[in-house]
Write a protein that binds this ligand. Sequence first.
Ligand SMILES: Cc1cc2nc3c(=O)[nH]c(=O)nc-3n(C[C@H](O)[C@H](O)[C@H](O)COP(=O)(O)OP(=O)(O)OC[C@H]3O[C@@H](n4cnc5c(N)ncnc54)[C@H](O)[C@@H]3O)c2cc1C
Ligand code: SF4
Ligand code: SF4
Length: 406
Amino acid sequence: MSTLDPIVTSAMCIGCGLCESIAGAPNVQLILNEAGRERPVTRNPLSAETVAAVYAACPGVNVNGLEPERFSTEDALDQVWGHYAGMWRGFAGDPDVRHRGATGGVLSALGRYLLKSGRVDFVLHVSADPENPLRNIHTISNTPEDVLNAAGSRYGPAAPLRDFIKILERQQPFAFIAKPCDINAVRNLAKSDPRVDEYCKYLLTLVCGGASEMTKSWDLLDDWGLSEEELTLFRYRGYGNPGLTVAETKDGRRFETTYMDLWEDENKWNIQTRCKVCPDAIGEQADIAASDVWPGGGPTGEDAGWNGIIPRTQAGIDLLNAAIRDGAIIIDKELTPRDMDIFQPHQVRKKKAVWQRLKALRSTGHPALNTSGLRLDALSQTNEVIENAKEYGGTIERVKAGKFSE
Ligand SMILES: Cc1cc2nc3c(=O)[nH]c(=O)nc-3n(C[C@H](O)[C@H](O)[C@H](O)COP(=O)(O)OP(=O)(O)OC[C@H]3O[C@@H](n4cnc5c(N)ncnc54)[C@H](O)[C@@H]3O)c2cc1C
Ligand code: SF4
Ligand code: SF4
């Protein structure tokens, strides 16, 4: 067994791609397996040094809170929502960006603003693969138009960090937009590689309910009687909030479904196992996190698109203030952590459940994530004893049923 395999076999891997970048593509290769998960396969023996570097940076091993030196001068702390320098509802100042973005286009607007204002040379993020638009690739946006072309949430596997070391080697300032676990990986790497803080100037994230296996999208294509090879476009959401899920084919056919229909049945979300024990799905280590703001956690129809916006660091609040000043972002309401609870009840539940789930994993001898600075133990203590027992016992049952093995 290769020494990276335990991260994968214990189902703690989320397929971010950083191990491939650290070890080098010929040695470790991320592949989309038959179960619809992107996972690293070790092709050549790895040195002990490489293995140690991967384990230190991997978000399937270590997930921590924001380092105190990154707190903003306006730092406040909420037990559930973490460190923040304010919370607002807002949207992209440009109506086209607001429309095409997943929610209100805030992440794309910030990426575009960073390029237009010369703060960064490029933005690293993910987009649909032009060769196969069901799948996702990591992409470098050099222009504001490039950023907009990659707008929208991609719910299948995405590996934005596959080339991260090579990107650091460019020695150019850049921004990174990705999921909270991808941000955790970058912050982990920053502890040993000073180039991260030197060049990766802004880390922007989305509040994340979980990443589906590719089986979710394959099932939808099956329902439509389509194959991946036929597609010219596959969009999960955006072009409205939430917008339709749309497929278009080479022979000119178009297929659509609503967000509500796609996500109605939670048993068919096919969420990756790592997400069930995610200690930081709210982007605690990012400079700015952006979310949906639907009361109750889901849409009841289409709307114009509003984001929850949570700057967390000094870099984040400075960027947000500048983007507001220059019209890239429009703010229409101040929010509180309790408003966020109403918009994200599933995040509150998970944040309070994760400690018991990880504790249960450890008790079976199963590898579990190392966490710090995320208040998980304290949050668990706010639950009723019976709730904690349910989370703990449920996880033990799932381990026995093989649900934590890949
Ligand atoms: C898997 C997933 C689960 C989510 N779950 C929730 C949730 O539970 N609650 C909630 O409030 N919001 C959730 N979101 C976030 C929400 O869909 C929007 O992304 C967020 O509100 C930002 O909207 P926006 O209009 O500013 O984004 P946009 O302006 O459209 O920008 C989106 C950015 O995210 C990047 N991106 C898209 N998909 C991925 C991916 N899979 N991995 C890495 N980067 C990606 C794109 O490259 C783009 O730069 C989720 C998003 C994803 C991808
Ligand atoms: S989570 Fe990322 S770094 Fe860790 S094993 Fe998976 S792909 Fe590699
Ligand atoms: S729930 Fe956590 S592990 Fe899963 S994709 Fe989102 S941030 Fe990553």
